[in-house]
Design a protein around this ligand. Structure first.
Ligand code: 3NM
Length: 215
């Protein structure tokens, strides 16, 4: 799981001005390790159009042997045969998801503080998304940034759960975040808004693996 979190790309149709399938494919070519479909916020697609895009993205990820995770929408994830879900604190509980989902599903949850992280561990989450680390324009209702010290504090109470850091992350943040206990980074705009998503992803992958190889 920790290796899958190294370059965790998240994308919805409104995170790019280009065709999201092309952006996703370029990122996959650059070395995305795990992908999350997150169709939320202004102009988010609904109903059939959302399902179709999700299906196309899943097929694309599978062509590159990258697991495909759905944000929040457990029914959609089950319907289209996704590899897991990521939920927030206000969504379906990990316990309820685990009752409904295939055994090999990846189930992740967001955690902003130590108590949310401890609960995620107790509930059996496969990983936690810790953040927001920095300010972000991508999520309008993001909480107050917790910085590197927030990751360090969460790592102290949850020593073994896989942690992916999220929120405003740029390339130069990767190694500092891994030094304080993150196993990987979750990125939207630094890849989706890049003029060259493949090269941007390659750079994230290089920084993450550089750290893993013992620097
Ligand atoms: N969740 P970017 S921050 C989707 O704190 C999301 O849980 C967050 O986008 C959290 O890489 C965030 O463009 C936005 O900042 C991440």
């Amino acid at each position: 799981m920790k290796e899958l979190l190294q370059v965790y790309f998240i994308l919805g149709s409104n995170n790019t001005d280009r065709d999201p399938l092309i952006v996703l494919e370029e990122a996959l070519q650059g070395g995305v390790t795990l992908f999350q479909f997150r169709e939320k916020g202004d102009h988010a697609l609904q109903a059939d159009v959302k399902v179709t895009l999700a299906q196309q993205m899943k097929e694309l990820c599978h062509r590159y042997n990258v697991p495909f995770i759905v944000n929040d929408d457990v029914s959609l994830a089950l319907d289209i045969g996704a590899d897991g879900v990521h939920v927030g604190q206000d969504d379906m509980s990990i316990t309820d998801i685990k009752k409904r989902c295939p055994e090999d599903w990846i189930v992740g949850v967001s955690a902003t503080n130590q108590s949310e992280a401890e609960k995620a561990v107790a509930d059996g989450a496969d990983y936690i998304g810790v953040g927001p680390i920095f300010g972000t324009n991508t999520k309008k209702d993001a909480k107050r940034p917790i910085g590197l010290s927030g990751v360090k504090q969460i790592r102290a109470v949850a020593p073994s759960i896989p942690i992916v850091a999220i929120g405003g992350i740029q390339l130069t943040d990767v190694i500092p975040l891994m030094k304080v206990g993150a196993d990987g980074v979750s990125i939207i705009s630094a890849i989706s808004q890049s003029e060259k998503p493949m090269q941007a992803t390659q750079a994230f992958a290089r920084h993450a693996s550089y750290f893993h190889q013992g620097m």
